[in-house]
Write a protein that binds this ligand. Structure first.
Ligand code: PMP
Length: 417
């Protein structure tokens, strides 16, 4: 039977959407805020702010423990948020959704937990890429030094793209894990993670995807990608800080020992021996970020109102517009020119330090990020100390991009005089 029921989605209209984000009305240095630092963190719609206020005002109690009304209510809302995440990324089961503090903790969880098993043996290899965020480098270095294993790095070309043939050449019988960023926070590159996973799986190697940037720019289906682990942060997807997700396939999560010990993750404790809860609670020791989980659920509800393709297309139009406008500025060079890019643009301007760019345009109320963006190996690859980075979300406008470009022209004039 053909299913004729179609869900009615809210039509995307940028001016209407901007009204949902109260911070966008504020002034900075007497000018309307132009927020172009969405890769660092995204702004929060009123519905997320309301969910947090409502929880603390009416429903606050600790979860999983009390048999009283409020505790059950808080537990239900927190577990409901887990279900929303499960649906959002199309996991098979809610037990594959581990709530953590963010992408950083998710990756550290996998690294620390696997380090305590016999999974890695001396001489084994983990493959990452040259465009990883420090949070997908340092956790592996920490266990490399404890387990005497090797980190191998997939090189990137001058456009900031991973080369799949180079990746395959790095694989040996000692390769035990591949850990790759989905979208680079510095270059904007969208990596071919589905192909990377397919290649790795043909050698029976599991793959962790750092989805910190991808979650807000793409529609993620972990089953379609066949990712073994997928990590992301709530605050980069319009939710609160201090909450994030590690998705893991059941077979891996069940094999892995707990990351931290404490309350809520145990079945029985004696001084001699402790038995643990099933997943996901095995990995969630102590009182979690209950409000954060509920807030992340509200952020998912917010996004689910829309047809995500409309948001993605709009962001792509901003990327194209901003790229063209920036290229009008003499001496400006974009770092990261991959064919497949999300709306993140890193750039340098000849003779002007990125810090000066960021500081001067801040006086016009424009927020961009400057520095190495926690990706020092990318800076080294392109032989630059830092970049300025503008990153756009679906609540940004072409008018904001025009203001940004005008402000950059002013920076150039200041330095010319
Ligand atoms: N990976 C990438 C690609 C990121 O952009 C970030 C945040 N800048 C992280 C990991 C770490 O995320 P968090 O700080 O939220 O843990």
């Amino acid at each position: 039977m053909i299913n004729t029921v179609t869900e009615t989605k809210r039509k995307f209209n940028v001016e209407e959407v901007r009204k949902d984000f109260p911070i966008l009305k504020r002034l900075v240095n007497g000018k309307p805020l132009v927020y172009l630092d969405n890769a660092a963190t995204t702004q929060k719609p009123q519905s997320v702010i309301d969910a947090l206020t409502h929880y603390y005002t009416y429903d606050n109690a600790n979860i999983h423990r009390g048999l009283y009304f409020l505790s059950e209510l808080a537990t239900e809302q927190y577990e409901n948020a887990r279900l929303k995440v499960k649906e959002f990324i199309n996991a098979i089961s809610a037990s594959e959704i581990i709530f953590v503090r963010g992408t950083t903790e998710a990756i550290n969880l996998v690294a620390s937990s696997l380090c305590r098993t016999k999974y890695f043996r001396e001489g084994d290899e983990i493959i990452i890429s040259n465009m990883e965020h420090h949070s997908n480098i340092v956790p592996w270095q920490l266990i490399r030094d404890r387990k005497n294993i090797n980190l191998k790095v997939i090189p990137i070309n001058d456009n900031g793209e991973i080369q799949l043939d180079e990746f395959e050449k790095l694989i040996t019988e000692k390769t035990k894990l591949v850990s790759i960023v989905h979208i680079s926070n510095t270059l904007g590159t969208i990596n071919p993670v589905k192909e990377i996973i397919k290649i790795a799986h043909s050698y029976k190697i599991p793959v962790l995807i750092d989805g910190a940037q991808a979650m807000s720019h793409l529609k993620i289906d972990v089953q379609e990608l066949d990712a073994d682990f997928y990590a992301f942060s709530g605050h980069k997807v319009f939710g609160p800080t201090g909450i994030g997700v590690l998705y893991g396939k059941t077979e891996y999560l069940e094999m892995m020992p707990p990351y931290q010990g404490g309350g809520d993750m145990i079945r029985t404790v004696t001084f001699e021996k402790t038995t643990f809860e099933d997943i996901p609670r095995k990995f969630e020791a102590g009182t979690p970020n209950i409000a954060g989980g509920i807030g992340l659920g509200a952020a998912i509800d917010y996004l689910n109102q829309f047809d995500r393709t409309e948001l993605i297309n709009y962001e792509n139009s901003l990327l194209e517009y901003a790229t063209n406008r920036l290229m009008e500025i003499e001496g400006l060079k974009i770092i990261g020119t991959a064919k497949k890019k999300a709306s993140v643009i890193s750039f340098i301007i000849e003779g002007i330090h990125p810090y000066d760019i960021g500081t001067i345009i801040d006086t016009d109320g424009i927020a961009i990020r400057t520095g190495h963006h926690c990706t020092q190996p990318i800076m080294r690859r392109f032989n630059i100390p830092a970049t300025a980075r503008a990153s756009f979300s679906f609540y940004n406008t072409k008018e904001e991009i025009d203001k940004f470009v005008e402000s950059l022209i002013k920076v150039k004039q200041i330095f010319a005089s």
